[in-house]
Design a protein around this ligand. Structure first.
Ligand SMILES: NC(=O)c1ccc[n+]([C@@H]2O[C@H](COP(=O)([O-])OP(=O)(O)OC[C@H]3O[C@@H](n4cnc5c(N)ncnc54)[C@H](OP(=O)(O)O)[C@@H]3O)[C@@H](O)[C@H]2O)c1
Ligand SMILES: *[C@@H]1O[C@H](CO)[C@@H](O)[C@H](O)[C@H]1NC(C)=O
Length: 314
């Protein structure tokens, strides 16, 4: 090819990159709904997708409660959000999802001191950490990504119920696809621990739980209210079979895309090296946290989504 084709080639490549970037950025929540007077609670809100979700919802006028385990980092993020949105009604609260005690303590304080809860976003997550056991003896990924949020949601249900129409948004992951749940060895006591298998198992747990819940609740309404009344008297992990739609609390599950956040911080072995090799293309191929929070925001604010309660969005 002759030299004067070069500008044309450059032009095409640049154009291609721009189109690719735009495609990778994914959908954007274009709905302009305001959230004045509403309270939203976001777990793992000090960084990544959670922080950007907090910012977007603060921008819409909500009272934003950021539930984080590190209050120093949380306050830094909250202050930045107050500054950039001009919304002073952004507060932090301590929550460590790896501790059943902390979840119960958090829920107790929240129920006692907050007037309402319109949107709960179960966003916090840990990916591919080494085999760590929590103080309760649970493997950390299943503990944080599923069990902690499961308990939290059920403990906060009275507040969600008294604030209807309210929503629960679960940030899951496409990683659930490769997942397999070993019900006889949930915490890798017997099988060899694999950080990736554990992450997949924890994300599959979110999705399976809502599928099974939907299946059990397909019965007549009578059955629904029965299931629900059990919950109000017993908040034990096993009996938390709640009926979100039946009580005006709708719930969604989502995959946010592939986003440049701190999620890979615990990844060991070959993966980080691979990550480094791929880091230049990944700058191009991954979403920014702001692009990554769009599905969470969409599920939190889009009017009329109640009819799709229980669905998985991506
Ligand atoms: N990034 C992606 O490509 C991607 C893809 C699919 C799904 N997701 C999901 O998106 C969610 C948000 O992840 P991200 O990408 O924004 O990752 P991130 O930047 O690592 O943020 C995760 C957040 O969770 C918090 N967290 C971790 N363990 C916690 C615990 N025990 N108690 C309370 N908070 C805890 C972290 O707090 P600290 O800062 O204190 O650790 C942090 O605020 C996760 O559920 C993740 O699985 C992400
Ligand atoms: C979201 O997670 C909570 C807690 O585990 C659960 O009660 C709810 O059914 C989940 N919703 C969906 C749609 O996955």
């Amino acid at each position: 090819p002759s030299i004067h084709l070069l500008p044309l080639i450059c032009f095409r490549v640049t154009g291609g990159v721009v189109v690719l970037r735009k495609w990778i950025a994914g959908g954007v929540c274009t709905c302009l709904v305001r959230l004045d007077g509403k309270t939203v609670l976001i777990t793992g809100a000090n960084t990544g997708i959670g922080k950007e979700t907090s910012r977007e919802l603060a921008q819409r006028g909500a009272r934003v409660v950021m539930a984080c385990r590190d209050l120093t980092r949380a306050e830094r993020a909250a202050e930045e959000i107050r500054q950039t949105t001009g919304n002073g009604n952004v507060v932090i609260r301590h929550l460590d999802l790896a501790s059943v005690y902390s979840v119960r303590q958090f829920a107790k304080d929240f129920l006692e001191t907050e007037d309402r809860l319109d949107v709960l976003i179960n966003n916090a997550g840990v990916m591919m950490c080494p085999k760590w056991l929590t103080e309760d003896g649970f493997e950390t990924q299943l503990a944080v990504n599923h069990l902690g949020h499961f308990l939290l949601t059920n403990l906060l249900l009275p507040k969600l119920k008294s604030s209807t129409p309210s929503r629960v948004v679960n940030v899951s992951s496409i990683a659930h696809r490769g997942g397999r749940i070993d019900f006889d060895d949930l915490f890798f006591g017997r099988r060899l621990y694999s950080p990736l298998d554990s992450y997949r198992q924890s994300k599959l747990a979110n999705v399976l739980f809502s599928r099974e819940l939907a299946r059990r609740l397909k019965g007549p309404c009578k059955q629904r209210s029965q299931t629900y009344s059990q919950v109000t008297t017993n908040t034990d992990l096993r009996s938390c079979l709640t009926c979100p739609t039946g009580v005006g609390v709708s719930s969604f599950c989502l995959h946010p895309g592939v986003i440049r956040t701190e999620l890979g911080r615990h990844v060991q072995g070959w993966f980080p090296l691979l990550g480094m090799l791929l880091s230049i293309p990944s700058l191009l191929l991954m979403k920014t946290p702001h692009q990554g929070c769009q599905t969470s925001v969409y599920c939190a604010v889009t009017p009329g989504l109640e009819a799709r309660s229980g669905r998985y969005f991506r």
